[in-house]
Design a binder for this molecule. Structure first.
Ligand SMILES: NC(=O)c1ccc[n+]([C@@H]2O[C@H](COP(=O)([O-])OP(=O)(O)OC[C@H]3O[C@@H](n4cnc5c(N)ncnc54)[C@H](O)[C@@H]3O)[C@@H](O)[C@H]2O)c1
Ligand SMILES: O=P(O)(O)OC[C@H](O)CO
Length: 333
């Protein structure tokens, strides 16, 4: 039986542990809180993040990172992007030397503007053939209910991507392989920023034309950044690009979309943070994405607008006016 360690008992870590177990793996789930690990082991549920979902017997939880790591063929990381560096520094000495590190995270590190695979490589010293990314339209709650979804597993080494694909393929979860790690990571991180923009528009009461325009132009600016960073344009038309963007921008289950909606309705940033219990990666990553855009000389007007509203206190109506009155241009530029 394939042994997998999943670090992070939040909604996606727990739901993906269930997917792995349903695909036939033996999974150890690491979490910080003893009472939550105890609940998983005794009631087979994660009442804090996925109430009402029964986990398979082959998912066991622990608060001991060494116990989770022991014998793991895959080490899956599902903590907030901004804490990964600290977490992984502590776990690295415990990891099996050949384990494949799998990022489920959809953010870019503040300060360094590094993608999660870059942070993993820097901290663990693993080469690109041992670092994989899973990304796609994968709202955790739907997957925990075993509703059908497709996804992408990306690794520079296609054989490793195929091994991971086999480890998480179930009748309701269909992963495709890809070797474009940069594109998959950027698709996942930037869609959160665009979902904030769409949420703000929804909260302001704007219509479906505005939503479709933001999604389409959001994909255009994501692709521009991706191409400047060496990604493959096809990735952005796929599940980790368009697929995830559409799911996140349309679903009330999305934390980023909901965060934006609250801002668009007139809540302050502090009020919105106070009512947000879970990780909304775009709130911090919008600044790192803008930093990447500047470094690579790429225009990302929607991302810039989101940073203005979220971090610079720009009123959404003023930001909308500025976005719409930019100089006219050809669609493909
Ligand atoms: N929820 C989804 O639908 C979904 C789907 C795909 C990808 N993702 C991505 O997966 C990642 C994790 O998201 P999630 O939905 O599981 O988030 P979550 O907010 O549900 O859970 C986060 C987990 O990280 C833990 N955590 C918080 N701070 C920590 C710290 N300092 N050290 C260690 N652990 C800490 C929390 O206790 C919790 O267990 C994010 O990057 C997110 O974008 C989420
Ligand atoms: O809830 P969000 O906004 O973090 O989005 C969840 C997933 O990334 C959707 O694929």
């Amino acid at each position: 039986m394939t042994r997998v360690a999943v670090y992070g008992t939040g909604s996606w870590g727990t739901a993906f542990a269930m997917v792995l177990a349903d695909a036939g793996c033996e999974v150890t789930l690491w979490g910080r809180r003893a009472e939550l690990a105890e609940a998983v082991n005794t009631t087979r549920t994660n009442p804090d993040y996925l109430p009402g979902v029964t986990l398979p017997e082959t998912v066991r939880a622990t608060t001991d990172p060494a116990e989770a790591a022991a014998g793991a063929e895959f080490t899956v990381l599902a903590v907030p992007s901004q804490t990964l560096r600290g977490n992984l520094s502590a776990w690295t000495p415990l990891l099996p030397p050949d384990t494949v590190l799998v990022s489920l995270m959809k953010g870019v590190e503040l300060g360094t503007a590094k993608r999660m695979s870059e942070v993993i490589e820097e901290i663990t010293g693993a080469g690109p053939d041992r670092i994989a990314v899973l990304s796609g339209p994968n709202l955790a709650r739907e997957i925990a209910e075993r509703q059908p979804a497709a996804s992408v597993v990306a690794c520079r080494d296609e054989d490793v991507a195929r091994r991971l694909q086999a480890a998480c393929h179930t009748p309701y979860f269909r992963p495709y392989t890809n070797t474009d790690v940069v594109g998959c990571e950027l698709g996942g991180a930037v869609k959160n920023v665009i979902a904030l923009a769409v949420g703000i528009a929804d909260g302001m009461g704007l219509g479906d034309n505005a939503k479709a325009s933001l999604i389409t132009r959001g994909l255009a600016e994501t692709t521009r950044l991706g191409l400047a960073m060496g990604a493959d344009a096809h990735t952005f038309a796929g599940l980790a690009g368009m697929g995830d963007l559409v799911a996140t921008c349309s679903s009330p289950l999305s934390r980023n979309h909901t965060f934006g909606t609250n801002l668009g309705r007139g809540m302050t940033l502090q009020e919105t943070i106070a009512v947000t219990r879970q990780t909304a990666e775009g709130v911090k990553s919008c600044e790192s994405v803008l930093e990447l855009a500047r470094r690579h000389g790429v225009e990302m007007p929607i991302t810039e607008t989101v940073v203005g509203i979220v971090h610079e206190g720009k009123p959404p109506l003023v930001a909308l006016k500025e976005l719409m009155s930019r100089s006219a241009k050809a669609e493909r530029r």
